[in-house]
Design a protein around this ligand. Structure first.
Ligand code: ZN
Length: 263
């Protein structure tokens, strides 16, 4: 299998950049082109994808360089490779961050970009604003052993399709990731877990999360669902899983790892 080309987040393009890619951010949708539609529009350097310099372009309201061809990130999910999708998500997140941090949140002065790091700084009071990133945990809980081992899969109250997935939620200020896993599982389905083990992570630009994927083991408790978040949840053996998320998502990876005994 070919090694995927790495993306490196950077502040300025490398000297060896051979070409440019412009990710036009129209609202929160993207239109990708190898030319900048308008040099006057605000641009944010994103980083290098191999030797391609990638830029996020803030398309002003009412303008549309793609003539309607721009794509929502959720629709793009699965249509391009994981790295291209992450770069498109980075473009939307940095453009949205710039749009919403033009003024200081403490004193109201107009901010400016810091010289040597990705931040807005207030020239009056010195407050710095960095790109927002909200960590969220996602967990596959299992119980039992061998062929009788079961995984806990849940259908979110806001899922548009009858799909079952892992449990997820945002990390609260003041708790570590293992505590966040245990708290979310107990809040959403009422069971107690331990043996929380990190598996993998995935950028999740809705609107600015980082998904941290875990496995955990059931310790005690019957399923008692938080109806505001969970429409249904059950224990499933490997040979009886319901409809699960698409393959690009970290939830699917956690479930596949379990089904195929990879973790
Ligand atoms: Zn200020």
């Amino acid at each position: 299998m070919p090694t995927p080309t790495l993306f490196r987040p950077l502040l300025v393009p490398s000297a060896n950049a051979t070409s440019h890619r412009f990710i036009h951010v129209v609202g929160t949708k993207v239109f990708v082109d190898d030319r900048a539609a308008d040099d006057a529009w605000e641009s944010h350097f994103l980083g290098m994808h191999g030797d391609v310099a990638c830029w996020g372009i803030d398309v002003p309201a009412g303008e549309d360089p793609g003539y309607g061809a721009e794509t929502d990130l959720r629709v793009l999910f699965g249509r391009v490779d994981e790295t291209e999708w992450a770069v498109a998500g980075r473009a939307v997140q940095l453009v949205e961050w710039a749009r919403t941090h033009r003024f200081c949140g403490r004193c109201g002065e107009r901010t400016r970009l810091a010289d040597n790091e990705r931040a807005f700084v207030c020239p009056s009071c010195g407050l710095m604003a960095f790109p927002r990133l909200a960590p969220a945990i996602i967990t596959l809980v299992t119980r039992g052993e061998g062929d009788d081992e079961e995984a806990l899969l849940a259908r979110g109250a806001n899922f548009g399709v009858p799909m079952y997935s892992c449990l997820a939620g945002f990390v609260e200020p003041g708790e570590n990731l293992e505590q966040a896993v245990a708290r979310e599982v107990e809040e959403e389905v009422g069971v107690v877990v331990d043996s929380v083990t990190y598996v993998a992570s995935q950028p999740w630009p809705f609107p600015h999360s980082l998904m941290l994927g875990f496995r955990a083991r059931w310790v005690s408790g019957e399923l008692v669902l938080d109806a505001t978040e969970i429409a249904d949840a059950n224990w499933y053996r490997r040979d009886e899983t319901p409809m699960i998320p698409p393959s690009i998502s970290i939830a699917r990876r956690l479930i596949d790892d379990w089904i195929l005994h990879r973790v």
